[in-house]
Design a protein around this ligand. Structure first.
Ligand SMILES: [Cu+2]
Length: 158
């Protein structure tokens, strides 16, 4: 092989490496933008010691429009307040969830809701209930001795 052939060969591999770096950068950028867009972020930061004394609305479900609801939920050791919620098929519900004590999970089985509930943050997550049924709310973060009993219920009627 003469000198020029080797240079072409090297240049080829260098270009290939640069192209691969560009491809990876595009993937990294795509992943980061996806996370920034899809991961539920804290709707608000609050003092967790005030959750039960007016720093957060009393746990309840509020109708904010036709088929639209807002649910204010407290996840605490070892229950959810309100513990049972009722909606109709097609209802769009925005949940605001916070914790006055330790970290909990707010996972609604059979839906796309699965958020961490961190003391000091209000988690916000929205969903539309498409099928009737009883959906279990499950705490997915180990939160203490009664963790396995930390359950709630969402009933969706026709
Ligand atoms: Cu819990």
């Amino acid at each position: 092989m003469n000198k020029h052939v080797i240079e072409t060969y090297e240049r080829g591999w260098m270009l290939f490496s640069l192209a691969m770096i560009l491809v990876f950068l595009v993937f990294i950028g795509y992943t980061l933008s996806g996370f920034a867009f899809y991961v539920p972020t804290a709707a608000e930061r609050i003092d967790p010691t005030t959750v039960r004394t007016g720093g957060f609305p009393t746990p309840h479900v509020e109708k904010v429009g036709p088929g639209k609801y807002q649910a204010y939920v407290i996840a605490q050791a070892f229950t959810f307040l309100p513990n049972e919620m009722h909606f109709k098929v097609g209802d769009e519900v925005t949940f605001y969830v916070t914790s006055p004590d330790v970290q909990h999970g707010f996972y609604v089985h059979g839906t796309d809701i699965n958020v961490q509930v961190i003391p000091g943050e209000i988690a916000k997550v929205k969903t539309k209930f498409k099928r009737p049924g009883t959906y279990l709310i499950i705490c997915t973060e180990y939160c203490g001795i009664g963790h396995q009993n930390m359950l709630g219920k969402i009933v969706v009627e026709e």
